[in-house]
Design a binder for this molecule. Structure first.
Ligand SMILES: NC(=O)c1ccc[n+]([C@@H]2O[C@H](COP(=O)([O-])OP(=O)(O)OC[C@H]3O[C@@H](n4cnc5c(N)ncnc54)[C@H](O)[C@@H]3O)[C@@H](O)[C@H]2O)c1
Length: 667
């Protein structure tokens, strides 16, 4: 047995391992809020010690107390494994169940130090998107996955592996809940408190559900968004060429913006306040050029627009300085947005202007009240600049990061006369009506051989399937189909794989089912050398209830309910998902969203064929039926098509009431 297998099977070591130093070459999470009183701190240490035998407690208690004091959380750095955590061929992971080995692969990818934002704090992206709360949970979870059979299910409570429970081969191998709270305890400080106690975590979307595939996962969605934004403001535009898109953020997801814009043939200016993140993206080739001088940067962008050059340009500084300079120089910007982490405004998601990065991190911890004031003052200046440029003709949209929400909470001039936000969210204007309502969403897969050759074969299979479907696609979805076909054709040469051999491809229910079926057949006949993991982002048709993002184009009042997301994960779990997850928070913030996802292993068997057909059909059409019931006409069209394709589907359809009749009522 390899050392890796032995180490995973060992779980929590029986003898105390050597104390470990933090790696200075990786990015570390900012110090978290010191929110617990003395008794609560004692409880946090008691909770952490639960994972270890008593003979280790004397050493660990003071060490964990020190971590709590220094970092605001107990990460248990001493227990970081000695082996490299990276995606590998699933046969390299110890297992009795191939499904469980595939989950080990996916966890390893989420924690790979080349991929994860703060790998040693087990954060994959979004500042606080955690895979686990501490290293003991990681060790235990990997051990359980290595030991389990296809007749057991691993139950995960916010990173904590509760244990293996007897089940059956059609049940999910893992059921994950992250951040589920009694609704009255879902305010941001509740998260800080219960996370510091070690009893909950913020799983974001694909972090705590083991489905992150690096920024590629979001490049495709961002490409679709900016392409359609360009078409929205210019009916003659095929793409973004000759247009400037200004935004902020070169982090986990936001890092995709620069690349997506170049793929869409535009000029992207992106501000990033954390120099480490800026230069990491530059080295990785995700952003082409970096400037510290705003005048030089803007001159370069204007020249690129004139020459219809596709280029991405980073500003190593604060977005508000950039916007104010654009206003001062009266430069026309076609499209603007923002992807700072405003879902997490008080703990490092958004940096106030006029202060150094280091000074801001200090203030966040030592003077949180002043920090909050600085953030809010900055948000007001940020909004003022955007308002001025929008009055001069810029199209601005919220990118699902809670910018509009937090700007309004900061008292910025962001509401119109009716009391609504002045600007649409990208889902209201673009992703909702053009993609989600038709069932198009971020379908993805990972080749469990970890072999690039397999990925190239899957790309070709997926492309062939979509081209065949497109021959009979109705005109309503032809543009989406052709964007997705163009994407998959160029995916290999765009070289977006970081970590696991993964691909994202927006597809509707028919596309997802037919691609999955073709993969399963190709695994059965040996064309693809090993199983394939299917999944998706939670940012999809059915998985997420989020009133300011995924469900912001629902107008029947139900955007504040979470029945769809809960129904979705329940339905996926008994239709054959290999693992399911449901989260509070993700994207727009704790208490603001419920989102769920799944993973499914295709192994070329008849069982896999049965499961994929049953589960993928539900996983898309659940959301379309809800969107149709909300009277969204595109969803109404799509669900009627789905009912024609499968006569066992019978969905309750809405009747429309006459506007005049409603207006005439004495209410
Ligand atoms: N890409 C998408 O399609 C998409 C979709 C939905 C939501 N989002 C949202 O976008 C946000 C960003 O996600 P992420 O994973 O990239 O988070 P992240 O925390 O990894 O990155 C955000 C980046 O913004 C930078 N930043 C913060 N304040 C800044 C400022 N004032 N000026 C310049 N840079 C600043 C941070 O340093 C950080 O690198 C999240 O709120 C996420 O939910 C993205």
């Amino acid at each position: 047995m390899t050392n890796l297998k032995q180490a995973i099977l060992q779980g929590i070591p029986s003898e105390l391992p050597e104390k470990k130093k933090k790696n200075p070459n990786v990015s570390h999470a900012p110090r978290r809020k010191d929110i617990l009183n003395k008794e609560e701190k004692q409880l946090a240490i008691r909770n952490a010690l639960r994972y270890f035998p008593e003979h280790m407690h004397a050493v660990l208690a003071s060490e964990f107390a020190e971590e709590l004091k220094t970092y605001g959380r107990v990460y248990m750095y001493r227990f970081m494994p000695n082996y490299e955590i990276i995606a590998r061929n699933l046969e390299n992971f110890p297992h009795k169940s191939k499904q469980a080995a595939a989950i080990q692969l996916m966890i390893s990818n989420n924690l790979d130090s080349a991929i994860a934002q703060h790998p040693e704090e087990l954060i994959t992206y979004g500042g606080n998107g955690a895979v686990f709360q501490n290293w003991a949970q990681y060790l235990l979870c990997m051990q359980y996955l290595a030991q389990m059979t296809d007749e057991q299910t691993l139950v995960m409570y916010s990173g904590h592996p509760m244990g293996l429970f007897p089940s059956h081969k059609d049940a999910p191998r893992v059921v994950i809940t992250n951040g589920m709270m009694i609704p009255n305890y879902s305010k941001p400080d509740d998260f800080e408190k219960f996370n510091a106690l070690g009893v909950t975590q913020y799983g974001q979307m694909t972090a705590g559900s083991f489905m992150y595939i690096g920024p590629q996962g979001i490049v495709h969605g961002t490409t679709i968004t900016v392409l359609n934004a360009a078409r929205k403001i210019d009916a003659t535009a095929e793409d973004l060429s000759g247009k400037i898109f200004v935004t902020a953020g070169l982090g986990g997801m936001s890092g995709a913006q620069a690349k997506a814009c170049v793929i869409a043939k535009g000029v992207c200016i992106v501000a990033e306040v954390n120099s480490q993140a800026t230069y990491k993206r530059h080295e990785q080739g995700w952003v082409d050029e970096v400037y510290k001088d705003l005048d030089e940067l803007l001159d370069r962008a204007i020249a690129a627009r004139k020459n219809k050059e596709a280029v991405s340009i980073a500003y190593d500084g604060n977005i508000v300085d950039l916007w104010e300079k654009v206003v001062e120089r009266n430069i026309h910007i076609e499209i603007g947005s923002d992807q700072t982490s405003l879902h997490n405004p008080w703990a490092g998601g958004y940096y106030p202007v006029g202060m150094s990065y280091e000074a801001t991190n200090e203030m966040m911890v030592n003077n949180p009240e002043q920090f909050k004031k600085e953030v809010q003052k900055t948000l007001v200046r940020h909004t003022n600049a955007i308002n001025t440029l929008s009055e001069r003709g810029m199209y601005f949209f919220d990118y699902g990061n809670a910018f509009l929400l937090e700007a309004s909470r900061a008292g910025a001039d962001i509401l119109n006369k009716k009391g609504d936000f002045k600007y649409p969210s990208y889902v209201q204007d673009i992703m909702g009506p053009m993609c989600f309502d038709y069932g198009f969403g971020p379908f993805r897969w990972v080749c469990a051989s970890n072999d690039a050759k397999d990925l190239a074969i899957t790309d070709k299979i997926a492309c062939d399937v979509l081209e065949k479907i497109m021959q009979h696609s109705p005109t309503e979805i032809k543009l989406q189909m052709s964007d997705n076909i163009n994407w998959i054709k160029a995916a290999g040469e765009n070289k977006m794989v970081v970590g696991s051999q993964a691909r994202i491809l927006y597809a509707d229910a028919e596309g997802r089912m037919k691609i999955a079926e073709a993969f399963n057949n190709a695994i059965a006949d040996g064309t693809i050398s090993a199983p394939v993991v299917l999944g998706r982002d939670h940012h999809d048709v059915s998985g997420t209830d989020s009133p300011y993002r995924e469900t912001s184009n629902i107008y029947d009042g139900s955007q504040f309910t979470a029945d769809m997301a809960i129904q979705n994960v329940l339905g996926d779990s008994f239709r054959g998902a290999t693992w399911v997850s449901i989260h509070n928070g993700g994207g727009v913030g704790w208490g603001e969203v419920i989102n769920g996802g799944f993973g499914m292993l295709l192994d070329g068997t008849k069982d896999a064929d049965r499961r994929l057909k049953s589960m993928l059909f539900w996983d898309v059409n659940n959301g379309i039926s809800r969107r149709s019931w909300a009277r969204n006409k595109e969803a109404n069209f799509a669900i009627q098509r789905a009912m024609q394709m499968n006569p066992d589907l019978k969905v309750t359809m809405p009747n429309s009431a006459d506007d005049g009749l409603i207006d005439s009522l004495d209410l």
